[in-house]
Design a protein around this ligand. Sequence first.
Ligand code: AP5
Ligand code: MG
Length: 208
Amino acid sequence: MNLILMGCPGAGKGTQSAKLKETLNLKHISTGDVLRAQMAAGTELGKQVAALINQGNLVPDGLMISMLQNIISTTDQGVILDGFPRTVAQAQALDDMMKRLGRQISAVVMIDLPQEEVVKRLSSRRLCKKCGKPAATATQAACECGGELYVRGDDAPQSVKHRLEVYRQQTLPVKEYYQHSGKYVEINGNQTPDQVFEDICNVLKKVK
Ligand code: AP5
Ligand code: MG
Protein backbone atom coordinates (compact mmCIF):
# COMPACT_ATOMS: atom_id res chain seq x y z
CA MET A 1 0.00 0.00 0.00
CA ASN A 2 1.24 3.51 -0.85
CA LEU A 3 -0.54 6.42 0.82
CA ILE A 4 -0.48 10.15 0.34
CA LEU A 5 -1.41 12.06 3.49
CA MET A 6 -2.46 15.61 2.65
CA GLY A 7 -3.54 18.49 4.85
CA CYS A 8 -2.67 22.05 5.74
CA PRO A 9 0.13 22.89 8.21
CA GLY A 10 -0.72 21.43 11.62
CA ALA A 11 -3.51 19.19 10.27
CA GLY A 12 -1.96 16.16 11.98
CA LYS A 13 -0.09 14.50 9.09
CA GLY A 14 2.95 13.66 11.24
CA THR A 15 0.83 12.49 14.18
CA GLN A 16 -1.27 10.14 12.01
CA SER A 17 1.74 8.90 10.00
CA ALA A 18 3.42 7.75 13.22
CA LYS A 19 0.36 5.64 14.06
CA LEU A 20 -0.28 4.36 10.52
CA LYS A 21 3.30 3.26 9.83
CA GLU A 22 3.16 0.90 12.83
CA THR A 23 -0.27 -0.54 12.03
CA LEU A 24 0.29 -0.94 8.29
CA ASN A 25 4.06 -1.56 8.30
CA LEU A 26 4.75 1.32 5.93
CA LYS A 27 7.78 3.58 5.58
CA HIS A 28 6.95 7.14 6.68
CA ILE A 29 8.48 9.72 4.34
CA SER A 30 8.05 13.28 5.63
CA THR A 31 9.84 15.63 3.27
CA GLY A 32 9.70 18.32 5.99
CA ASP A 33 11.49 15.98 8.46
CA VAL A 34 14.14 15.16 5.82
CA LEU A 35 14.77 18.86 5.19
CA ARG A 36 14.90 19.70 8.92
CA ALA A 37 17.42 16.87 9.47
CA GLN A 38 19.60 18.44 6.76
CA MET A 39 19.29 21.82 8.47
CA ALA A 40 20.18 20.35 11.88
CA ALA A 41 23.22 18.59 10.39
CA GLY A 42 24.34 21.86 8.76
CA THR A 43 24.74 20.29 5.28
CA GLU A 44 24.97 22.39 2.11
CA LEU A 45 21.37 21.48 1.28
CA GLY A 46 20.31 22.39 4.83
CA LYS A 47 21.92 25.82 4.53
CA GLN A 48 20.38 26.32 1.10
CA VAL A 49 16.80 25.67 2.29
CA ALA A 50 16.83 27.08 5.87
CA ALA A 51 15.64 30.60 5.04
CA LEU A 52 12.90 29.35 2.70
CA ILE A 53 11.56 26.94 5.32
CA ASN A 54 11.73 29.31 8.28
CA GLN A 55 9.81 31.95 6.33
CA GLY A 56 7.20 29.38 5.31
CA ASN A 57 8.00 29.22 1.58
CA LEU A 58 8.24 26.04 -0.45
CA VAL A 59 11.57 24.53 -1.48
CA PRO A 60 11.88 24.47 -5.34
CA ASP A 61 10.15 21.58 -7.13
CA GLY A 62 13.30 20.28 -8.87
CA LEU A 63 15.09 19.77 -5.58
CA MET A 64 12.10 18.13 -3.89
CA ILE A 65 11.34 15.81 -6.80
CA SER A 66 14.91 14.46 -6.97
CA MET A 67 14.95 14.09 -3.17
CA LEU A 68 11.78 12.00 -3.22
CA GLN A 69 12.96 10.01 -6.23
CA ASN A 70 16.14 9.03 -4.31
CA ILE A 71 14.20 7.90 -1.24
CA ILE A 72 11.37 6.07 -2.97
CA SER A 73 13.53 4.22 -5.48
CA THR A 74 15.65 2.73 -2.67
CA THR A 75 12.77 1.25 -0.69
CA ASP A 76 10.69 -1.82 -1.51
CA GLN A 77 8.34 -1.15 1.38
CA GLY A 78 4.98 0.59 0.92
CA VAL A 79 5.16 4.27 1.84
CA ILE A 80 3.23 7.06 3.55
CA LEU A 81 4.02 10.34 1.82
CA ASP A 82 3.62 13.20 4.33
CA GLY A 83 4.13 16.64 2.81
CA PHE A 84 4.67 15.50 -0.78
CA PRO A 85 3.32 16.30 -3.36
CA ARG A 86 2.79 19.95 -2.48
CA THR A 87 2.44 21.35 -5.99
CA VAL A 88 0.79 20.05 -9.16
CA ALA A 89 4.26 19.71 -10.74
CA GLN A 90 5.28 17.42 -7.85
CA ALA A 91 2.06 15.38 -8.25
CA GLN A 92 2.77 14.88 -11.97
CA ALA A 93 6.38 13.91 -11.24
CA LEU A 94 5.17 11.43 -8.62
CA ASP A 95 2.84 9.82 -11.16
CA ASP A 96 5.78 9.36 -13.57
CA MET A 97 7.99 8.01 -10.79
CA MET A 98 5.42 5.46 -9.64
CA LYS A 99 4.79 4.34 -13.22
CA ARG A 100 8.52 3.80 -13.79
CA LEU A 101 8.78 1.82 -10.54
CA GLY A 102 5.68 -0.25 -11.37
CA ARG A 103 3.88 0.93 -8.24
CA GLN A 104 0.59 2.67 -7.56
CA ILE A 105 -0.82 5.22 -5.17
CA SER A 106 -3.49 3.36 -3.17
CA ALA A 107 -5.23 6.33 -1.52
CA VAL A 108 -4.95 10.08 -1.08
CA VAL A 109 -6.15 10.97 2.42
CA MET A 110 -6.90 14.65 3.07
CA ILE A 111 -7.06 15.62 6.77
CA ASP A 112 -9.30 18.69 7.03
CA LEU A 113 -8.84 21.26 9.79
CA PRO A 114 -10.26 24.79 10.24
CA GLN A 115 -7.70 27.61 10.20
CA GLU A 116 -8.39 28.75 13.82
CA GLU A 117 -7.46 25.27 15.03
CA VAL A 118 -4.22 25.32 12.99
CA VAL A 119 -3.10 28.55 14.64
CA LYS A 120 -3.98 27.19 18.10
CA ARG A 121 -2.08 23.94 17.53
CA LEU A 122 1.05 25.41 15.98
CA SER A 123 1.43 28.29 18.45
CA SER A 124 1.79 25.76 21.28
CA ARG A 125 3.70 22.97 19.49
CA ARG A 126 7.01 21.84 20.95
CA LEU A 127 8.91 18.94 19.43
CA CYS A 128 11.52 16.54 20.76
CA LYS A 129 15.05 16.95 19.39
CA LYS A 130 15.70 13.25 19.92
CA CYS A 131 12.58 11.32 18.79
CA GLY A 132 10.84 14.10 16.80
CA LYS A 133 7.46 13.63 18.53
CA PRO A 134 5.36 16.61 19.68
CA ALA A 135 5.22 17.09 23.47
CA ALA A 136 2.01 15.63 24.89
CA THR A 137 1.37 18.56 27.28
CA ALA A 138 2.14 22.29 27.25
CA THR A 139 3.83 22.20 30.66
CA GLN A 140 6.27 19.28 30.45
CA ALA A 141 9.95 20.30 30.62
CA ALA A 142 11.32 17.45 28.46
CA CYS A 143 10.04 14.67 26.19
CA GLU A 144 9.05 11.30 27.72
CA CYS A 145 12.13 9.85 25.98
CA GLY A 146 14.35 12.37 27.82
CA GLY A 147 15.01 14.50 24.72
CA GLU A 148 15.09 18.30 24.78
CA LEU A 149 12.01 20.14 23.44
CA TYR A 150 12.24 22.89 20.82
CA VAL A 151 9.95 25.17 18.79
CA ARG A 152 10.13 24.87 14.99
CA GLY A 153 11.48 28.03 13.28
CA ASP A 154 8.45 28.07 10.94
CA ASP A 155 5.93 27.90 13.82
CA ALA A 156 6.42 31.64 14.51
CA PRO A 157 3.00 33.38 13.99
CA GLN A 158 4.09 35.27 10.83
CA SER A 159 5.46 32.08 9.24
CA VAL A 160 2.32 30.10 10.09
CA LYS A 161 0.17 32.78 8.42
CA HIS A 162 2.38 32.63 5.34
CA ARG A 163 2.43 28.79 5.29
CA LEU A 164 -1.38 28.80 5.23
CA GLU A 165 -1.37 31.24 2.32
CA VAL A 166 1.21 29.15 0.43
CA TYR A 167 -0.93 26.07 1.14
CA ARG A 168 -4.02 27.75 -0.33
CA GLN A 169 -2.23 28.96 -3.43
CA GLN A 170 0.13 26.07 -4.25
CA THR A 171 -1.12 22.93 -2.50
CA LEU A 172 -4.93 23.15 -2.77
CA PRO A 173 -4.63 22.67 -6.57
CA VAL A 174 -3.11 19.25 -5.71
CA LYS A 175 -6.41 18.37 -4.03
CA GLU A 176 -8.18 19.15 -7.31
CA TYR A 177 -5.58 17.02 -9.13
CA TYR A 178 -6.59 13.94 -7.09
CA GLN A 179 -10.24 14.70 -6.33
CA HIS A 180 -11.66 12.75 -9.26
CA SER A 181 -9.09 9.95 -9.29
CA GLY A 182 -11.31 7.60 -7.28
CA LYS A 183 -8.59 7.44 -4.63
CA TYR A 184 -9.28 10.71 -2.82
CA VAL A 185 -10.93 10.77 0.64
CA GLU A 186 -11.46 13.50 3.21
CA ILE A 187 -11.24 12.99 6.96
CA ASN A 188 -12.35 15.36 9.71
CA GLY A 189 -9.10 16.33 11.46
CA ASN A 190 -10.91 18.29 14.17
CA GLN A 191 -11.32 15.31 16.49
CA THR A 192 -9.01 13.56 18.93
CA PRO A 193 -5.95 11.90 17.33
CA ASP A 194 -7.46 8.48 18.08
CA GLN A 195 -10.75 9.37 16.38
CA VAL A 196 -8.93 10.70 13.31
CA PHE A 197 -6.86 7.50 13.22
CA GLU A 198 -9.99 5.34 13.45
CA ASP A 199 -11.63 7.23 10.57
CA ILE A 200 -8.52 6.80 8.39
CA CYS A 201 -8.31 3.08 9.19
CA ASN A 202 -11.99 2.62 8.30
CA VAL A 203 -11.46 4.28 4.95
CA LEU A 204 -8.32 2.22 4.26
CA LYS A 205 -10.17 -1.05 4.91
CA LYS A 206 -11.85 -0.49 1.54
CA VAL A 207 -8.51 0.07 -0.21
CA LYS A 208 -6.35 -2.69 -1.65
P1 AP5 B 1 6.23 20.05 6.83
O1 AP5 B 1 7.18 19.59 7.83
O2 AP5 B 1 5.59 19.09 5.92
O3 AP5 B 1 5.17 20.98 7.57
P2 AP5 B 1 3.59 21.29 7.39
O4 AP5 B 1 2.98 20.72 6.17
O5 AP5 B 1 3.48 22.76 7.54
O6 AP5 B 1 2.93 20.50 8.51
P3 AP5 B 1 3.34 20.31 10.02
O7 AP5 B 1 4.47 19.34 10.11
O8 AP5 B 1 3.52 21.63 10.68
O9 AP5 B 1 1.99 19.73 10.60
P4 AP5 B 1 1.43 18.23 10.58
O10 AP5 B 1 0.28 18.17 9.64
O11 AP5 B 1 2.51 17.22 10.43
O12 AP5 B 1 0.83 18.17 12.05
P5 AP5 B 1 1.38 17.47 13.37
O13 AP5 B 1 1.03 16.03 13.36
O14 AP5 B 1 2.78 17.85 13.65
O15 AP5 B 1 6.97 21.12 5.88
C1 AP5 B 1 7.73 22.16 6.44
C2 AP5 B 1 8.35 23.00 5.33
O16 AP5 B 1 9.28 22.19 4.58
C3 AP5 B 1 7.40 23.57 4.27
O17 AP5 B 1 6.78 24.76 4.70
C4 AP5 B 1 8.36 23.77 3.10
O18 AP5 B 1 9.16 24.91 3.31
C5 AP5 B 1 9.25 22.55 3.20
N1 AP5 B 1 8.73 21.42 2.43
C6 AP5 B 1 8.37 20.19 2.92
N2 AP5 B 1 7.92 19.40 1.94
C7 AP5 B 1 8.00 20.12 0.79
C8 AP5 B 1 7.66 19.86 -0.56
N3 AP5 B 1 7.14 18.67 -0.92
N4 AP5 B 1 7.86 20.85 -1.47
C9 AP5 B 1 8.38 22.04 -1.12
N5 AP5 B 1 8.72 22.36 0.14
C10 AP5 B 1 8.53 21.41 1.10
O19 AP5 B 1 0.41 18.19 14.46
C11 AP5 B 1 0.54 19.56 14.74
C12 AP5 B 1 0.32 19.80 16.25
O20 AP5 B 1 -1.02 19.47 16.57
C13 AP5 B 1 1.21 18.92 17.16
O21 AP5 B 1 1.55 19.65 18.30
C14 AP5 B 1 0.29 17.74 17.51
O22 AP5 B 1 0.59 17.18 18.76
C15 AP5 B 1 -1.09 18.40 17.50
N6 AP5 B 1 -2.15 17.51 17.02
C16 AP5 B 1 -2.09 16.61 16.00
N7 AP5 B 1 -3.27 16.01 15.83
C17 AP5 B 1 -4.11 16.53 16.76
C18 AP5 B 1 -5.49 16.31 17.10
N8 AP5 B 1 -6.25 15.43 16.40
N9 AP5 B 1 -6.03 17.04 18.09
C19 AP5 B 1 -5.29 17.95 18.79
N10 AP5 B 1 -3.98 18.19 18.54
C20 AP5 B 1 -3.40 17.50 17.53
MG1 MG C 1 4.58 17.30 10.00
